[in-house]
Design a protein around this ligand. Structure first.
Ligand code: UD1
Ligand code: CA
Length: 463
């Protein structure tokens, strides 16, 4: 295992990310539902380094907390007021040196590259170990290298140094090979190389990139080119974020389509990484599939549907709806315009139709709630039907109360169930009833709402 010599993974997350123009630190912005920081930490910790450290400064506590909540073992390093990626590494090494294997090597990665993946990092580390170089930089060849540091090589192709966009000459700017801000350094080489960094450059910062030039004087510096440029693209502003998110999403969609999922329009279908979809499911345009959503075969989702941590069983249909933390059984029919808030479980062959809202509702097989209803904190048995415009009044201003409706029940249109209340199996309730008391099994109940007739009547303004 080449990783065994990996004594530390250091993630740089101290920058403000000014170009995002955000009150949120850049690394806590999200791509496909997960923060940049979480994504990079996941890729680095998968290599099982001796320790993982995250360098923080801007909104330090917030970033540190996010890092700790992802990995309780993470070492947090405070960068001082001197700016620059080089300074970040100096601060890290000051704090971590005691804990490092002096014969090992250290992986350093920026945290503003949300698609950085473990395979790319493995490729970089393998290359570092194989060549025996003292330092190796992960590079990428980009059609448009604007904004990145350029890799300057000598006639024999050896890496000489990295020059930042703002410090580069015209010929240097023409170089398309860029620094991705990911490096592997032997521990001793790194300690040497960061010692004499200076901030005499266009941005007045301590550049980590300058450390490579020092490293070259004490040994060799190599470069490994990332096989997939998308995986190492950095995000500095929200335009770049949108482009990257779109490119990533198209890939996710294409992969699912190749596995047998029908996606009518990948351009308007957004699918997060932890979503699973079985072959022969169909996703219509305008869907957002998020969190740990799981969709079974033959389900038809959309158009215009949001699923968040939802489970959709085989053959169910969900049209123009929003569903969160809810299980939808096989062949159930949901929508259009249905809002299922967290905690519902709808069994097979159920229906929740237009303008129906549910919360913590358990609906047994074959039961239908077709129109304009609110069902909350409720269990309904199997093969019942709920008339349009029915409301469970589950909240008395202090407590949430439960409604229990049996199986084979016919609920008339426009009913109001004042919870807590129970309705027995095979019961029928008349239209417009207000059900405040228990309904026995097999009974028919109705509550009156007197109809008064005033004959030959005109409104005042017509008289
Ligand atoms: C950096 C590289 C550039 C490379 C590019 C790739 C330097 C000098 N330049 O430029 O060669 O092509 O990344 O995306 O390294 N950070 C800190 N402390 C700081 C400043 C930054 O921890 O004081 C962190 C940031 O949080 C970020 C990373 O370092 O995760 C890179 O910082 P950023 O300001 O985005 O550097 P670039 O200008 O993109
Ligand atoms: Ca950057």
């Amino acid at each position: 295992m080449p990783e065994s010599g990996l004594t530390a993974g250091i993630i740089l997350a101290a920058g403000e990310g000014t170009r995002m123009r955000s009150s949120l630190p850049k690394v806590l912005h999200k791509l496909a539902g997960r923060t940049f920081l979480e994504r990079v930490m996941a890729s680095v910790t998968a290599l099982d380094p001796g320790l993982t450290a995250v360098v923080v400064h801007f909104q330090a506590e917030k970033v540190a907390e996010a890092a700790r909540s992802y990995d309780g073992q993470v070492r947090i390093v405070q960068q001082d007021d001197c700016p620059g990626t080089g300074r970040a590494v100096q601060c890290a090494m000051d704090q971590l040196r005691q804990s490092l294997d002096p014969n090992g090597y250290v992986l350093i990665a920026a945290s503003d590259m949300p698609l950085l993946d473990t395979d790319t990092l493995r490729g970089l580390i393998d290359h570092h170990v194989r060549t025996g170089d003292g330092a190796t930089v992960l590079t990428a060849n980009l059609d448009d290298p604007t904004g990145y540091g350029r890799i300057i090589r000598d006639q024999d192709g050896r890496v000489l140094r990295i020059v930042e966009q703002k410090d580069a000459t015209g010929t240097e700017l023409a170089v398309k090979e860029v620094n991705t801000s990911v490096y592997v350094f032997d521990v001793d080489v790194l300690c040497q190389a960061i010692r004499g960094l200076r901030d005499s450059n266009a941005q007045g910062e301590f550049y980590l990139t300058d450390a490579l030039e020092v490293a070259r004087q004490s040994g060799t510096v190599g470069a490994f080119t990332a096989p997939d440029p998308l995986s190492v693209e950095g995000v500095n502003d929200r335009v770049q974020l949108a482009v990257l998110a779109k490119d990533h999403n198209i890939r996710v969609c294409h992969e699912l389509m190749r596995s047998g999922v029908t996606i009518l329009d990948p351009a308007t279908t957004w699918i997060e990484d932890d979503v699973s979809i079985e072959p022969d499911a169909t996703i219509l345009p305008g869907c957002l599939l998020q969190g740990h959503t799981a969709i079974s075969a033959d389900a038809v989702i959309g158009p215009y549907t949001t699923l968040i941590d939802a489970t959709i069983d085989q053959g169910a249909t969900v049209e123009r709806s929003r569903i969160q933390e809810t299980h939808i059984g096989a062949r159930a029919s949901i929508g259009p315009w249905t809002y299922l808030r967290p905690g519902n479980d709808l069994a097979e062959d159920t229906k929740a139709g237009a303008f129906v809202e549910m919360k913590k509702a358990h609906i047994d097989h074959g039961t239908k709630v077709p129109h304009l209803s609110y069902v909350g904190d409720t269990h309904i048995g199997h093969d019942s039907n709920v008339g349009g415009g029915t409301i469970t009044a589950n909240y008395d201003g202090v407590h949430k109360n439960r409604t229990e409706i049996g199986s084979g029940v016919h609920v008339g249109a426009g009913n109001l169930f004042v919870a807590p209340v129970q309705v027995g199996d095979e019961a029928t309730t008349g239209a417009g009833s207000v059900i405040r008391h228990q309904v026995p099994e097999g009974a028919m109940v109705y509550s009156t709402n007197d109809q008064h007739t005033v004959g030959d009547w005109k409104p005042e303004w017509e008289r």
